[in-house]
Design a protein around this ligand. Structure first.
Ligand code: BT5
Length: 327
């Protein structure tokens, strides 16, 4: 049993004991180690931030948990087919997307998930920065290898966005919306950002990295002052702290379900799932397409997920990529 597996086993015992004690004998049976060896494992958990009380003749009791995303805890009875088959957790890394690229290049199996407690160089799109303080949010990157041509890679953005919007809605009991193609918002404020990156040759995808950052327990004072868009977190919206562990497990299950649908039936069911969270049809928007701006009324999406706009002169425009701003 690895160190992380042993930690996860002990934490699972604590969970099933509720507020109660778990005896040294119970732990030593579950781990298959001597009772003196347990002490070392408990000390390691304490160093990770778990507050564990030890009472002679009663055993151990978990008093406080730092809500870490230890791989074995994330994977315990996850029940997914592909997403999360392998999970790698970093207490700190520069960017989970960079770690996932290394794994993708080295042949990591599809569905490998990289998680970090904090990122020192979290990345947004177009070289922007993603603010990634420790202990509060979700930073995840997932390696997938969809058997489609590279021109369809952007379909995966809709998949991530739909899964995130659904998880945010369910967890917070609130209405999440998607901003075409890839931000997730609550009450018009950005709660999650997605950064999908592709490694491919002309006709074949080697792998895609689906980068997902969700603001969960971030406090108002932790946001940078110079944000491009108004931002929020689940804590700020609901007034309640969210379990990061529960959130990521729910997200991976939604990603897995949508990805299985995608592999079996193609893009249409994924686009339909995404459209449930898209509320801009009939609204005037401005789209910043890097070298030009288009203003128009959103008519909907075509079957590729491109944005269809009606322009002031009655013309129509099909936009494949850009930053949308409701007017
Ligand atoms: C994004 O870029 O929204 C993509 C963010 C992806 C982050 C994840 S975290 C896990 C994985 N590993 C990584 O290194 N990245 C991915 P973009 O649309 O370019 O938005 C970036 C802009 O959002 C910044 O320029 C800021 O203005 C703003 N911003 C930065 N941090 C934010 C935060 N935590 N919440 C809301 N807005 C933020």
């Amino acid at each position: 049993m690895t160190g992380q597996d042993a930690h996860a086993t002990i934490l699972a015992l604590f969970r099933s004991a509720g507020d109660g004690f778990v005896s040294g004998a119970q732990i030593s049976r579950a781990l298959g180690v001597s009772r003196t060896a347990i002490w070392k494992k408990i000390e390691q958990l304490r160093l990770l931030g778990y507050a564990i009380e030890a009472v002679p003749s009663k055993g151990y009791r978990l008093q406080e948990s730092p809500d870490l995303l230890l791989a074995a805890e994330v994977q315990a009875e996850l029940g997914t087919e592909r997403i999360g088959r392998e999970v790698i957790y970093y207490a700190e890394t520069d960017s989970t997307n960079l770690r996932a690229h290394e794994l993708g290049k080295a042949g990591a199996e599809e569905g490998t998930v990289v998680l970090a407690d904090r990122q020192t160089a979290g990345r947004g799109r177009l070289g922007r920065h993603w603010c990634s303080p420790g202990g509060v949010n979700l930073y995840a990157s997932i390696v997938v290898r969809p058997p489609v041509a590279p021109r369809y890679a952007s379909q995966m953005t809709f998949l991530s966005a739909a899964a995130v919007a659904q998880t945010v809605s369910e967890t917070g009991g609130l209405t999440a919306t998607v901003k075409w193609p890839n931000d997730v918002l609550v009450e018009g404020r950005k709660i999650a950002g997605l950064l999908n990156e592709l490694d491919a040759e002309t006709e074949r995808i080697h792998y895609l990295v689906l980068g997902i950052g969700v603001n969960l327990n971030m406090q108002a004072g932790q946001f940078p002052d110079d944000l491009r868009y108004p931002a929020t977190s689940l804590l700020l919206e609901t007034g309640r702290r969210v379990s990061r562990l529960d959130f990521v497990r729910c997200l991976l299950r939604h990603m897995d379900r949508l990805y299985s649908l995608y592999l079996a039936q193609g893009f249409q069911p994924v686009l339909a799932a995404w459209q449930q969270y898209f509320h801009l049809v009939g609204c005037m928007v401005e789209v910043d397409c890097q070298n030009r701006r288009v203003v128009g009324c959103v008519q909907g999406l075509d079957s590729d997920g491109a944005l269809l706009l009606e322009l002031a002169d009655g013309g129509r425009e099909r936009v494949l990529a850009g930053d949308v701003r409701p007017l």
